[in-house]
Write a protein that binds this ligand. Structure first.
Ligand SMILES: [Zn+2]
Length: 215
C-alpha cells in the first residue's frame, strides 16, 4: 500500500471519522442524498469539496468525460445507467448535476479523432457517442483555434449529456412534474469557478451570477 494511502486511512479514522461520528452512525442504515452528481473521473475534480457537502448528501457517478448514453443506447453503459436509475427511482434525488471541467482529457481525446485512440480500443469505443459533438464543432466552429475548440467541446459535451438524460421517460416525466431538476455545470480548475448552463440564454453563466438570476 502506498504510504500516502496508509496515512490517509489513519487520518480518516483518527480525525475525519471522529468529526462526523454521529453523522456516520445516523447514516448506517439509510442514505438520503439530495443530488446525483455525474462528474469526470479526473483526479482534479472533487465534487464533495466543490459543493462543500457532507457524507450522505450526494450520490455520485464518475466516468471519463461525464457521459450518459441516450435511452436508445443505454445498453452501451449499464454501469452509468443503472446508477442513474437507482438514484432517481429508488433514492428519489431532487437534482442531477452533470459536471464537466476545464482541460478534460476525455473531451480532448474525442476531439482529437478516432485515429489517435487506436491503441486504446475500449476508450475509443466508449467515446464514440461524442463524435456527434465533435462533428458539430467541426461544422460550425472550424475557424476557431484549438484551445477554443477544446473549451467548446467541454461545454457542448455537458449540454449533450444533459439532453441524453432527458431521453429517459422516467426522468422526463419527473422533470415535467417539477420533481426533478437537471443542470449542466462546468468547473474551471485554475480559478475554482463553476459555470452553470442557462437554458434560457443558451450560455454558461458564472454560478453566483446564475444564482442571482434564478432565485
Ligand atoms: Zn475529464
Amino acid at each position: 500500500m502506498l504510504e500516502r494511502l496508509k496515512n490517509g486511512l489513519t487520518n480518516f479514522k483518527g480525525v475525519t471519522y471522529k468529526k462526523y461520528e454521529q453523522l456516520y452512525q445516523d447514516l448506517e442504515q439509510k442514505q438520503n442524498p439530495h443530488t446525483l452528481f455525474i462528474a469526470c473521473s479526473d483526479s482534479r475534480v472533487d465534487p464533495e469539496r466543490l459543493i462543500d457537502s457532507e457524507p450522505g448528501e450526494i450520490f455520485m457517478i464518475r466516468n471519463i468525460a461525464n457521459t450518459i448514453p441516450t435511452y436508445e443506447l443505454s445498453q452501451r453503459d449499464l454501469t452509468t445507467v443503472s446508477s442513474v436509475e437507482y438514484a432517481v427511482e429508488v433514492l428519489g434525488v431532487k437534482e442531477i448535476v452533470v459536471c464537466g471541467h476545464s482541460n478534460c482529457g476525455g473531451c480532448a481525446a474525442a476531439l482529437g479523432g478516432r485515429e489517435k485512440l487506436e491503441h486504446l480500443p475500449f476508450t475509443q469505443n466508449y467515446l464514440e457517442p461524442l463524435e456527434a459533438v465533435k462533428e458539430k464543432i467541426e461544422k460550425n466552429h472550424n475557424h476557431e483555434d484549438d484551445d477554443s475548440k477544446a473549451r467548446l467541446m467541454e461545454q457542448m459535451n455537458v449540454i449533450e449529456q444533459v439532453e441524453h438524460l432527458k431521453t429517459y421517460p422516467w426522468i422526463k416525466q419527473k422533470v415535467e412534474n417539477g420533481d426533478l431538476e437537471i443542470e449542466g455545470w462546468l468547473y474551471d480548475i485554475k480559478t475554482g469557478s463553476v459555470f452553470v448552463y442557462d437554458e434560457a440564454t443558451e450560455a454558461f453563466c458564472e454560478s453566483e451570477e446564475y444564482q442571482n438570476v434564478h432565485k
